[in-house]
Write a protein that binds this ligand. Sequence first.
Ligand SMILES: Nc1ncnc2c1ncn2[C@@H]1O[C@H](COP(=O)(O)OP(=O)(O)OP(=O)(O)O)[C@@H](O)[C@H]1O
Ligand SMILES: C[C@@](O)(CCO)CC(=O)[O-]
Length: 565
Amino acid sequence: MAANGSLRGRPYHRPDTLQVSPSPASLTPLSTPLSMSSQGTQTPDRSPSPLDTMPAQWQPQLKRKQSSPMMPPFMVSAPGKVIVYGEHAVVHGKAAIAAAISLRSYLLVSFLSKSHRTVTLRFPDIQLEHTWDLDDLPWDAFSAKSKKKYYYDLVTSLDPDLLTALQPHIATVSPKVPEASRKIHHASATSFLYLFLSLASRKTPPCVYTLRSTIPIGAGLGSSASIAVCLSTALLLQIRALAGPHPDQPPRECETQIERINRWAYVGEMCIHGNPSGVDNTVASGGKAVLFQRTQLDKSPTVTPIWNFPELPLLLVNTRQSRSTKVEVAKVATLRRKHPVIAENILDAIGQITESAHTLLTSPGFDPTSPASLEHLGELVTMNHGLLVALGVSHPKLERIRELIDHTGIGWTKLTGAGGGGCAITILKPQAPVQNGNGVNHDTSSSSEYESSEETDSCSASIISSGTKLKHKILDSLEVKLENEGFEKFETTLAGDGVGVLWPAVLHNGNEEEGGEEIDQEKFLRAEGTAGIERLVGVQSSRKSRQRDVREGWRFWRPWETDVL
Ligand SMILES: Nc1ncnc2c1ncn2[C@@H]1O[C@H](COP(=O)(O)OP(=O)(O)OP(=O)(O)O)[C@@H](O)[C@H]1O
Ligand SMILES: C[C@@](O)(CCO)CC(=O)[O-]
């Protein structure tokens, strides 16, 4: 099993304090030096990109493409996140745990013939479509000697002069749409252009960046960080500044690539969020889960990976109630002023909940399949929610969701993120509950085996246990109830992979010519909803029996997979 982040003793930090950063000279010690990449970006070393490490099965595809003057399209994908324990308390110096979820953003990069000289964003989730003329962009501002940043640089703040240089090119984006939508468009466009002009060069090939996400926007699930990670990864891949991902890549090298992506994703996040903590982009880059803590307000948080975090099934319910993180954080600050001792005790208790979870998750004998471990984690979820209610950051809609789920007895529920709306999460119990006389369901036993993925391995309904069937029945009827009340339910998995790469954008979808189905813009744009996106390009196998399997073609940097350092 994976080595735990803290046991490995190499905590991640927000990019400005990252300790795992190598100096440029000690970057991936692979292959020969490259003075200038194909895009003309100066790079002092040479890291093989996926193009160099193309799996054998893609060779026919590549051969077919050799006659084309254009590169084949490729895709990247990054997850959203939830806070599992410790929101609000983290604002007051306690630790919190955040984990990746299986809802993800997918970015398709397609190349145009050189005559185009344009770069286009197609972000249909926010109805944004915009094309810039490559030659009109402010390359001079970004490449000026005093301003130029390289892919290995650490950028901890946005340069106001560069933002000013971008302004006229942002102003032309969606000038006629209502202000609220325009703000969203401008945030995404700024994030893209800042990264594009920092990492690419004026010789960059004309491209179209098409993005679709299964992460609800503005619901506290890190959608902005997920797109920032996709953009950062795509641009770094285009300038060949990333090695892999490929199987057997040493963990240290995986960490280096993830960190490089994370640093630039943080820059993209700053364009959208101002002064983010860096936690969302760290989880979206590296996947799994992290422990984070900011002990001093003016200091960056320490972010330590928890590679042992189990891939638990998670029910996620969106209240669709908009909320302001600022308002909810202010509520807690007011309560703390009015009732300092009580509020402090509540925040302390939340901090202890996070510590208890972290201690369990990182204990040497930790067995994620043990019902006792799951119950421990679940009880902490329930207690954490109660304390957040005591802090006044729940909402009647969150309480309604918790009530509906508690009545089924299917799992342990809490609000996640700022509260006041947003989402609730439920860690599902291993056992199907039984109904008591009051119509409330209760866990039958906590001692039987947690159903493993092997147990549900066969598609044959006949061997799915009656417990599993009952669980599905309860989940289905819960879905109807939640939908009737205007809530949105997602079945996700916690602590999965971070950023992934599909190069070239070809998948074995079971309905196509030999060699795989090429994903093009039109197919990608036509995919309907979350299910359609996941069916077409999802990183996870669509076979229900193996939901947690990664679909052939997608590759990830997984520093936790090998023991060799
Ligand atoms: N699918 C998407 N397509 C294009 N832009 C997106 C998409 N998802 C997020 N964004 C960008 O990110 C911004 C959303 O950031 P916001 O902080 O409001 O939500 P979040 O990242 O989902 O929540 P949180 O940061 O609280 O976890 C949007 O305004 C938009 O600029
Ligand atoms: C409420 C809070 O703890 C989590 C918001 O997702 C605020 C923060 O950490 O910045």
